[in-house]
Design a protein around this ligand. Structure first.
Ligand SMILES: Cc1ncc(COP(=O)(O)O)c(C=O)c1O
Length: 421
């Protein structure tokens, strides 16, 4: 069976319109990218990449080959297959390091995803650095995974407000920050609003106050070039599945001098130097933070995903998504019952509401038109409260989207407004 016709809906003939080029109009490039994704049937507008990205064939192939041809555990085997898998596993670590501008592969810790990366920092770094009276500075737009771990770590929390156009207000942050703040933890790109943080300025403000900066890069890494050295942050986390890679694998990057003195947070195999019943000594980073058998094939798939996006180029992806955002905002703002959230120049994500219609109804009706969006609080309940809504509808883009998807979204929303009068 042709995999392009497999999916939640039968294909609609002629649904593919002219694609957007990386510059905004008319080139065939994004159509070529769409063809890389076997799980997107023709005529299905997948607009939920901020939740998770679809997978290109090269990633699927790398995962299949990993299980079907080269599978073995890593770091322990004395046999050839395991040694080869270990080489591939560590090659992926080097690839990740190069991809985000880390100074050394030892600064890359493989985790389950951004959520686990932040919990690791909160539990490990937090144990030594967040004492009574110490506080962390977050922002109004944070994902729950950059709020709850700090609460669990017992830290006091202060919240940087947003500007009128829904960016993290760094002027306010500069006024608020004090010696009690040991850490600032901010979303590099908001998963609801698409607002892009001026991360370098945030780092300068944090460091001037003696605080460290953690960036939640979940929505940034798939959408723009990221160089942790140039950003001058101290911790950076992201999830592989939003970067066209597998689920269950993600990355915590931290500067080597910080990782070196962080205590382990989970105990088990692979993270030790020597174990006796009386005392255990621990391996150096990154192994100290990777207890247990790792997600070997996830790491291999992540390597393939990074090769994939790098081949297209993050600058081209950013330009492509900027054009999609522009077009989506134009199309939606022409419908007068639609309220748009976030700044004009949001990165790949457009949240909106329709007067008198619950976002879940919007999502359900759009699904009937073969348009997949997300509706809900997007794991950002404090932000919903700030926006004065329970939920929003959210369209988010990836390399496979084109003008035809925006058109399908626009038509679907017109249908929603007709149904709801
Ligand atoms: C900004 C942001 N941070 C953190 C997360 C958590 O990512 P994961 O569930 O992959 O750990 C998400 C996922 O939606 C996100 O968008």
């Amino acid at each position: 069976m042709d995999s392009r016709s497999v999916g939640p809906h039968p294909p609609i003939a002629g649904a593919m319109g002219p694609p957007l080029s990386p510059e905004g109009r008319g080139s065939a490039a994004p159509l070529d990218w769409l063809a890389d994704f076997p799980a997107i049937p023709e005529g299905w507008a997948y607009l939920d990449s901020a939740a998770t990205a679809q997978k290109p064939q090269v990633v699927i192939d790398a995962i299949a080959r990993g299980y079907a041809e080269t599978y073995a555990t890593v770091h322990r085997g004395v046999y050839q297959r395991s040694a080869e898998m270990t080489v591939a596993f560590e090659a992926s670590r080097r690839r990740v390091a190069r991809f985000i501008g880390a100074a050394a592969p030892e600064e890359i810790v493989f985790v389950r995803g951004a959520t686990e990366g932040i919990n690791l920092v909160a539990q490990s770094w937090g144990r030594d650095n967040l004492g009574p009276g110490d506080r962390v500075l977050l922002s109004t737009l944070e994902h729950h995974s950059n709020i709850v771990p700090w609460q669990l770590a017992g830290a006091g929390i202060d919240v940087v407000p947003l500007t009128a156009d829904h960016r993290i207000d760094l002027d306010a942050m500069e006024r608020m920050i004090g010696p009690q703040h040991k850490l600032v933890a901010l979303g590099h790109v908001s998963n609801v609003l698409g607002s892009v943080l001026d991360a370098r300025r945030a780092a300068d403000i944090a460091h001037a106050a003696g605080a460290k900066l953690l960036l939640d890069g979940c929505q940034a890494v798939p959408r723009m070039p990221v160089d942790v050295g140039a950003l001058d942050c101290d911790f950076y986390v992201f999830s592989g599945h939003k970067l066209y890679g597998p689920t269950g694998i993600g990355v915590l990057w931290a500067r080597r001098d910080i990782l070196d003195v962080m205590p382990p947070w989970q105990g088990g195999g692979a993270m030790i130097d020597k174990v006796t019943f009386e005392k255990t000594t621990f391996a150096p980073p990154p192994a100290r933070f990777e207890a247990g058998t790792p997600h070997v094939i996830g790491v291999i798939g992540l390597h393939a995903a990074i090769d994939y996006v790098d081949k297209i180029g993050l600058d081209a992806i950013a330009a492509h998504e900027a054009a999609l955002v522009r077009e989506a905002r134009e199309a939606l703002s022409s419908l007068n019952s639609v309220r748009l959230f976030g700044p004009e120049d949001s990165a790949g994500i457009v949240s909106f509401a329709i007067e008198g219609v619950h976002p879940h109804d919007i999502g359900t009706i759009l699904d009937e038109s073969r348009v997949a969006i997300r509706a809900g609080h997007h794991c950002a309940q404090p932000l919903m409260e700030y926006l004065g809504v329970d939920a929003t509808a959210r369209a988010s883009f990836g390399v496979y989207n084109g003008r035809q998807d925006i058109e399908a979204l626009r038509r679907g929303i017109e249908r929603v407004t007709r149904i709801f009068g």
